[in-house]
Design a protein around this ligand. Structure first.
Ligand SMILES: [Ca+2]
Ligand SMILES: [Ca+2]
Ligand SMILES: [Ca+2]
Length: 349
């Protein structure tokens, strides 16, 4: 009995480890949303989620790359609560001539604080799907985007919920590029970002709570590619349902999402960086925080008043007031050294 319990615990632990990674762009690398892939070139292939990870959970079949072959890369930028996507797809039949939901679709589900729970009323026992109460809960605590690939003569996506405002800039942005006509085969590229919300109500963005993206944290995220290859098949007549989750119900239930980890910078170049906080004005107590990249091993702080420290995160009491001091951190690592100063920022009474 005991060993069964232990095994269960072990399986839970294994399950909780994020399988998928979200690439962190540097501030000067933020992708430009123009449908051109060049600014994703530095993202390692280990971040790409290919068709081999997708399974048709409606039919129990494996992906056939001759029918549909896709790759998705997800990125983020520290300080911006946005998820950037690069979607590259081959389809043997691009289906996008009809005005409504019959369209090749990339369906993305996101749960920014990984809370789980219902995305649409289908998974919420408290409300009825199709009712007004049902509509009001949809997409509020986790979101579902049906992204039209390509979108022609219609908005870039349908959000399955009561927050269509989230489809507009600056909450999202999208650009696509392709050269095929309806019914032809070919390659399609889509760049976009979405904003994850812990709370996205019908009342609009001013009442919304954006999910805060933090390095090392995990979010709930998954997608399904709805591959329509035949106009005659109707609204739900997709030829394949290419699901990254193992549960078809993932479209409505955030419990079935995959775990994605917000990764630190891949770049290991030594770069000095720090922040400070005035803890007490009377005693002129200031806390300094090292935020250098590239794994520094030695720290040298010059507080600008003749005093120095070799602690990583020192606290310093300034003897005198004044505003015109220069504080410098010099770090040393395997690849050399780097310095970063703040000029006239630490102002004391
Ligand atoms: Ca671009
Ligand atoms: Ca196809
Ligand atoms: Ca298709």
């Amino acid at each position: 009995m005991k060993s069964v319990y232990f095994l269960g615990l072990l399986l839970c632990t294994v399950n909780a480890i994020a399988e998928f990674k979200i690439y962190q762009f540097e501030k000067h690398e933020i992708p430009r949303i123009d449908g051109e892939v060049a600014d994703w070139a530095m993202v390692p292939e280990s971040y790409a989620v290919g068709s081999d990870r997708l399974k048709d959970t409606l039919r129990g079949t494996k992906n056939d790359p001759a029918n549909l072959d896709v790759s998705v890369k997800v990125g983020w930028v520290k300080g911006l609560n946005r998820l950037y996507f690069l979607y590259e797809a081959y389809d043997d039949y691009w289906d996008f001539r009809m005005p409504g939901m019959h369209n090749d679709i990339l369906e993305v589900m996101v749960d920014g604080n990984a809370s789980g729970g219902p995305i649409t009323a289908i998974a919420d026992p408290a409300v009825k799907y199709g009712s007004w109460e049902g509509y009001l809960m949809q997409g509020v605590q986790a979101q579902n985007y049906h992204i039209f690939t390509p979108s022609v003569g219609k908005n870039w996506a349908m959000i399955w919920g009561c927050q269509p405002w989230a489809l507009e800039f600056p909450w999202s942005n999208a650009a696509q590029s392709y050269f095929f006509k309806h019914g032809e085969s070919g390659r399609y590229t889509l760049e976009f970002w979405i904003t994850p919300f812990d709370h996205a109500p019908i009342d609009g963005p001013e009442k919304a709570v954006v999910s805060e993206l933090k390095e090392g944290a995990e979010i709930g995220l998954s997608w399904v590619v709805l591959d329509y290859d035949d106009e005659a098949a109707g609204k739900n007549g997709y030829r394949s349902f290419n699901n990254l989750s193992r549960e078809t119900g993932v479209h409505s239930n955030a419990d079935f999402l995959r775990r994605f980890k917000l990764m630190p910078l891949e770049n290991k170049v030594l770069e000095a960086k720090w922040s400070f906080k005035l803890l007490d004005r009377t005693t002129r107590k200031v806390a300094f925080r090292d935020e250098s990249g590239g794994e520094p091993q030695l720290w040298h702080w010059d507080f600008g008043d003749g005093f120095v420290s070799t602690n990583q995160h020192p606290v310093h009491f300034y003897k005198d007031g004044g505003c015109d001091r220069v504080v410098t951190l010099t770090v040393e690592g395997k690849s050399g050294s780097d310095s970063f100063s703040r000029i006239w920022e630490i102002c004391l009474p």
